[in-house]
Design a protein around this ligand. Structure first.
Ligand SMILES: Nc1ncnc2c1ncn2[C@@H]1O[C@H](COP(=O)(O)OP(=O)(O)OP(=O)(O)O)[C@@H](O)[C@H]1O
Length: 249
């Protein structure tokens, strides 16, 4: 699955915070989206997934058969049903659901237009339960039948809720902030496995550049609302604009 943005802008009270002429995401395994604070990275992911209404422009989704459809006018829950799913930058509260129930809820269509269930077809219960067991054995919570207590557990649960719906493309907004290093490594390992299996592509926003260089095959550099450079990590590391605007060189 690929995503493209054309003439995509977002303005708040006349101030333009995003101005993307042309950008493509997908097709490179795990892709990084980096840039200084306030560059517009979260706004871009929000506009791509229709959680934020763009001021102008078009976002198109291309499936593996090459069929391209515009997402403009599509509701955000419908975007998720098309296989494009985003993790949250801010820690989410799942207080009313246990960890296990929260994963079940994410993966089970409710029959309503409900953001919590994005799977188009319900998996059989036993298949879903087995998949949840695998995830919970791989990512142990202090009490999987209880509630996510710490910020780290909530952040991890948010990621696993996205994984369990088997997206075609997963957009991750600073997923590892607040996660212990070991869990971060395990999360990235799972992402790489899903990418290698041809199950999905990933775009990840991170300020931890070591994580970007270690995991991404392609990197987009955003500054002041525009993509100023993109390429393989080695090229991005060496780029003068990236160095000047982001790395303080
Ligand atoms: N709802 C809003 N109203 C007004 N301005 C906003 C709103 N949301 C974001 N902005 C502004 O848009 C700009 C881009 O913000 P955004 O959060 O997309 O940047 P970012 O690159 O994700 O930053 P960070 O790395 O710090 O998370 C910032 O100047 C921000 O203050």
């Amino acid at each position: 699955m690929k995503l493209s943005a054309t003439n995509l802008t977002k303005s708040y009270t006349g101030h333009t915070v995003l101005d993307i002429q042309n950008a493509q995401f997908g097709g490179h395994g795990i892709e990084g989206l980096i840039g200084p604070n306030g560059a517009g990275k979260s706004t871009l992911l929000g506009c791509l997934t229709r959680r934020i209404a763009a001021t102008t422009g078009d976002v198109r989704l291309e499936d593996d058969a090459g069929t391209s459809t515009s997402l403009m006018g599509v509701q955000s829950y419908e975007v998720a049903r098309k296989g494009l799913v985003k993790t949250n930058q801010r820690i989410q509260n799942f207080d009313s659901l246990t960890i296990r129930d929260s994963l079940r809820m994410a993966a089970t269509p409710s029959g309503k237009q409900d953001w919590r269930s994005v799977w188009r077809l319900a998996p059989p219960d036993d298949v879903l339960e087995a998949e949840i067991d695998v995830l919970l054995s791989r990512f142990p919570f202090s009490d999987p039948d209880g509630y996510a207590m710490s910020g780290g557990e909530k952040k991890l649960l948010d990621i696993l809720r996205c994984v369990i719906v088997k997206p075609k493309m997963l957009l991750m907004d600073e997923p590892t902030a607040g996660l212990p290093d070991e869990i971060t490594k395990d999360v990235m390992k799972l992402m790489q496995e899903m990418v290698d299996a041809g199950e999905m592509t990933v775009v990840i926003i991170e300020h931890d550049l070591d994580l970007i260089w270690a995991n991404c095959s392609y990197v987009h550099f955003l500054s002041e609302g525009s993509i100023l450079f993109e390429g393989k990590p080695d090229a991005v590391k060496k780029n003068r604009v990236v160095a000047e605007k982001y790395m303080g060189v």
